[in-house]
Write a protein that binds this ligand. Sequence first.
Ligand SMILES: [Zn+2]
Length: 362
Amino acid sequence: MKVIDIVFTVDYEIHGNGQGEFSDFCYRPTELMLDIANVYGAKISLMAEMEHYFSMQLYPDIFYKDIRLFEAQLSRAIKENHDVQLHLHPQWLKARYQNGRWEFPYTANEIALLCNNYEIAFERVRKSKDWLTHNLQYYNSKYECVSFRAGYFQMQPSSNITRALIDNGIFCDTSVVKGLFRSGWNGNLDYRDIRTLNRPYRASMENVALEDKSSPVIEFPINVVQYDIILNKFLKIFGHTKYTSDSISKIQKMKIEQLQQHSQTTQMGYKVDTKIKKLFHPKKYRYLDFCQEDPNTILSSIKMMRCEDDRNLLVVLIAHSKDFVFSNQFKHLLEGINQIPECNYLTLREASRKYYELIKLH
Ligand SMILES: [Zn+2]
C-alpha cells in the first residue's frame, strides 16, 4: 500500500534579531502544540536553535528560568515520542546581553558563517549535537541527532557546512525550499534550479540545490505549493473572472517565449543572469507552513500526492513556534490528515533513516 509520511518540523526559536521572550515565543506555544499533536497521534520534530540556548547559558542568573523551561520541554518532547533535531543561527555566536536586550551583528556574513568556515561549522555542530545526545538519550535510548536545518535556510555555499554535518554524523538536511532566492542584507542563496518537486534527493556536497547520487547527504526539501507569478499578476490586475482557459494558455505561451529568450542569455555573467532570472522565472513557490497556511491548502496538496506513482511519499511541513496562534487550524489539519488512510506520521529522525535507505547511493 502507498504510504504518505508526514513530518511536522517546528523551528524552535525567538526572533532572528534576538527579540522576543523565550516563554512566549517557544515554550508556551510549543506546549500547546505538543498537547494537540498527542490527541491526534501526530509527531512533532522540534528544530532546536541551540545557539540561543548556549547564549542564555552565559547569563545563568538572568535566564535560569528560560534555560530550565528549554531543557524541560525538549525532554518532554522526547519522552512523548516526538523529536528534537538541530537548527543553528550563527549570528548568535557574538551575542551579548546588555541593557535588557540581546545585541549582535546581524549581517549576511554572520548569517552565512557556517557556510564560509569549516572549523567554526564543525565545532558548533559538534557542540550542539553532543548536548542534544547527552541530554536526550536519557529519555529515549534510540535518540540520535541526524538532521539539520540551517538558520535562514542558508546552505550555500554548501561545501563547508555539508562536510561539518557529515563529519558529525548528521546526514539529513532539511533547509532547501524549491524556488527560494535571496540576495540582500540577509545573504545570498538560490534554490530556484532544484529539479524535483517535493521529493527527497541525494544532495551535492558542493551545492545542496543540485542532485548528486553518490553523495552521503540526503536533502528533504520543505514541501511547497506552486503558483504562477505572471498569471497571478494578471489575475490580480484584471480580476479572476475575466480569464477563461483560452486566455490563460495565451499567457502560458508568452511565458514560454520569455523563458526561451532567457535561456539564450544565461551566459551573460552572474549578475545579469540573476536579474533576468528574477524577472522571468515563471514559477513561484510557497512553503507549506502549518501555522500560517490555510489547512485546506495543505490537505489538498497532500491529497494530490495520492495520485503519484511512488509507494513512499514524504511531506515535510514547517512552522515556527512563535507563529502558533490558531490552534483550531492545526486541529483541522490533523483531523483532515487522519482521514487520509495513506498518511502516517514520522519524526524527522525516523524519516531521515527511512529515506536514507530508500534513496540509496548509486
Ligand atoms: Zn530559524
